[in-house]
Design a protein around this ligand. Structure first.
Ligand SMILES: *Cc1c(COP(=O)(O)O)cnc(C)c1O
Length: 420
């Protein structure tokens, strides 16, 4: 190995070094249940923290506006090729800075300002970028939101079809951030065909499950698939757009020069590493275990008297309505965080409470599954969850759970985090 004749981060900026160290300890010693979070591997982190952050590479491999792409070109081609092979996609663009810019690039490729677009409404579990009012995507386009049924909280395909026929959207998004059930991609395809819309699957949350065969794949069905790379896929913080060949040129032009300047090459390299990791048999086991763990946790919480939206889960996440317990989501989330169970408060469909003080909490199993936790730990987590929600204002309970959480976490080293 080469030596570094330069002072380390500890020496240059002890304040930031200390805060990063504290975050490492927090991630190592808590049960992380935020469904959009995970642990990237050491290999992914190394690529992401490399000198590739120094390089400008506007353009695409073989067609750049800067010289010196001897390493960057093959890195980007590897990232594209690995993702295409992993998902069975015809075209891959790995340059979007994150999930939201990837979605914005898709609008730029297919829509003009004022066009009609359609997506799952935020209160029903959709994402801001699918046309919600506070997002640029709800301001620059005429947005139509479909929802879930009031009785079982599942997506209502009859409503999707009726709204699509009435409003004739240019694009139809399928995907969400708080929807615990399988997406019926063929059903969306048939609606899109009926009204001549572009079908876009946003698999940000479930990309790892799709890659590992634990959720039906939209490839070969959707025109375009967008995703983050850092959620269940376990890569660096980034975005990607995969598409049918006929849309390749429009997508590439929309990302650069339409929306962005130079790609984040350190992220591209880390995406390539994550795609390689996701192609291994162990990743399939991980993806299956994420879903198995979520089902175990859902059953265990139901047995303990909790009300799950849709009655359970098909994927990595659970949405719990705490109305029967009489505890607001935010109060529960804060007490659980103090107890070392990290999750987020969340609106439930048709929530009578406000988004900043909603009725539910959302939890998920990707990060804890990446640590190797299984059935025994899920039952234990359900116990802790019930104890803390019930006694959320009792400091002794919260502290006792916290000690038990830390004792369990020691037994499950977190990928990418040095053992402490
Ligand atoms: C997380 C998410 C995004 C946005 O990703 P960012 O990287 O946070 O911008 C987009 N769509 C869906 C469905 C998501 O879950």
């Amino acid at each position: 190995m080469t030596t570094w004749n330069e002072p380390s981060l500890d020496r240059v900026d002890p304040e930031i070094a200390r805060l990063i160290r504290e975050e490492e300890l927090r991630e190592a010693r808590t049960v992380r249940l935020i469904p959009s979070e995970n642990y990237a591997s050491r290999a992914v982190l190394e690529a992401s923290g490399s000198c590739l952050t120094n390089k400008y590479s506007e353009g695409y491999p073989g067609k750049r506006y800067y010289e010196g792409q001897q390493s960057v070109d093959p890195i980007e081609v590897l990232a594209q090729d690995r993702l295409k092979a992993l998902f069975g996609a015809e075209h891959a663009n790995v340059q979007p800075y994150s999930g939201s810019p990837a979605n914005l690039a898709v609008y730029l490729a297919f829509c003009k300002p004022g066009d009609t677009v359609m997506g799952l409404g935020l209160p029903a579990g959709g994402h801001l970028t699918h046309g919600w009012g506070v997002s640029i995507t709800g301001m620059y386009f005429k947005s139509v939101a479909y929802g879930v049924r009031p009785d079982d909280h599942r997506i209502d395909m009859d409503q999707v079809r009726a709204l699509a026929k009435e409003h004739r959207p240019k694009v139809i998004w399928c995907g969400g951030t708080a929807y615990a059930r399988t997406w019926d991609f063929p059903a969306f395809r048939s609606v899109a065909d009926e009204v001549g819309a572009i079908m876009i699957a946003d698999i940000a949350h479930i990309a790892g499950l799709v890659a590992g065969g634990a959720h039906p794949s939209p490839f070969g069905i959707a025109d375009v698939v967008t995703s983050t790379t850092h959620k269940t896929l376990r890569g660096p913080r980034g975005g990607m757009i995969l598409a049918k060949k006929q849309h390749a040129a429009a997508i590439d032009k929309a990302v650069f020069p339409g929306l962005q300047g130079g790609p984040h090459n350190h992220t591209t390299a880390a995406i390539a590493v994550a795609a390689l990791e996701a192609s291994k048999p162990e990743f399939k086991q991980y993806a299956r275990a994420v879903v198995d763990n979520a089902k175990t946790l859902a059953d265990a919480l139901t047995e303990r008297g909790f009300r799950l939206i849709t009655g359970g889960t098909d994927n990595h996440l659970l949405l719990v309505d705490l109305t029967p317990q009489g505890v607001p989501g935010k109060v529960a989330a804060k007490a659980l965080d103090r107890a070392g169970l990290s999750l987020n408060y969340n609106s439930i469909p048709f929530d009578p409470r406000k988004p900043f003080d909603p009725s539910g909490v959302r939890l998920g199993t990707p990060a804890i599954t990446s640590r190797g936790m299984g059935k025994t730990e899920m039952l234990q987590i359900a116990d802790w969850f019930a104890r803390v929600v019930q006694k959320h204002d009792d400091q002794a309970t919260v502290e006792a759970v916290r000690r038990e959480v830390e004792a369990m976490c020691v037994k499950f080293p977190a990928p990418g985090i040095p053992v402490v």
